[in-house]
Design a protein. Structure first.
Ligand code: SAM
Length: 270
């Protein structure tokens, strides 16, 4: 690492994690990321708002899992843990909550390690969602998560970076199979459903990052939960998932372009 950054970062291409950080008002991004972010923002103001709405959905979902007694979280595609991230929400409610962050982006991983130094109940893994066994093995060997107990698996705004050719449903099935009964799965995912053309065009710009986005239908996204029990209100446009206040939802919750849902693994009877 030089200047606190890993040597393998590619500064010739924008990175999804750093573009996302820029939209969230973070400082962990470069000129090449800001240029793409500004171009996306000029095409549609909704995309920046989508990213913030995504973070809000994730916080509400994590709180719901904490209320259900979950005290350990595997957050895959965690990005750069800016203010109000999963460990802050979780450890504010339960100081003993454990969080393992996983991201493919070396900059996100390096900043996460820096931000979390000294927090013994959090860990960071540099890994690819497309290799779920490696993620599970690394989180086991880290000793932070006990997968024989219920865990919250968080996949917020990440599965749309996995193209169909990489069989995302199979990847999620592998993660679900490793979880104990009583575990929860949180997914938010970009969609083409109910979207105006400019949103679809802006999403297409993601092809310039190393991680292109695949927009999916509500039915496909619902399929990622497998046979787990989907909690109320179902797989819905993100602001509609248990809003803190009805006034947080306006007339166009679809404008954020992503569905969110939460499911629980109920032990099969008999
Ligand atoms: C839009 S951000 C979401 C951040 C965070 N989960 C949230 O909701 O606030 C997506 C993150 O997924 C990461 N990512 C993309 N493809 C991935 C993959 N195959 N494996 C692991 N992480 C991935 C990106 O590097 C980025 O940090």
């Amino acid at each position: 690492m030089a200047d606190g950054l890993p040597t393998e970062i590619d500064l010739s291409r924008p990175s999804a994690a750093r573009v996302y950080d820029y939209f969230l008002g973070g400082a962990h991004n470069f000129e090449i990321d800001r240029q793409l972010a500004e171009q996306i923002a000029s095409m549609t103001p909704n995309l920046a708002a989508t990213m913030r709405a995504g973070r809000e959905f994730l916080r509400r979902a994590v709180r719901a899992l904490l209320d259900a007694g979950i005290d350990q979280f595997l957050d895959i595609g965690s990005g750069i843990p800016t203010v109000g991230n999963v460990h802050e929400v979780a450890q504010a409610a339960n100081p003993k909550a454990r969080v393992v962050y996983v991201d493919i982006d070396p900059v996100a991983v390096a900043h996460s390690r820096e931000l979390l130094a000294g927090n013994d109940l959090t860990g960071v893994i540099h890994a690819d969602l497309r290799q779920p066994e490696a993620i599970l093995a690394a989180s086991r060997s880290m000793g932070l998560l006990d997968l024989d107990r219920p865990v919250g698996i968080l996949l917020a705004g990440v599965v749309h970076f996995v193209p169909d050719a990489d069989r995302p449903a199979d990847l999620l099935a592998t993660l679900r199979a490793a979880a104990a009964p009583g575990s929860f799965l949180v997914v938010s995912h970009s969609t083409f459903e109910d979207q105006p053309q400019e949103m679809l065009d802006a999403q297409r710009l993601s092809a310039r990052t190393a991680t292109e986005i695949t927009l999916r239908s509500r039915a496909e996204i619902t399929g990622f939960f497998g046979d787990w029990t989907i909690l109320e209100p179902g797989v819905v446009h993100m602001p509609l998932w248990r809003p803190d206040s009805p006034s947080d939802v306006d007339a166009h919750p679809e404008r954020f372009g992503a569905f969110g849902g939460v499911a629980r693994y109920d032990q099969p009877a008999g």
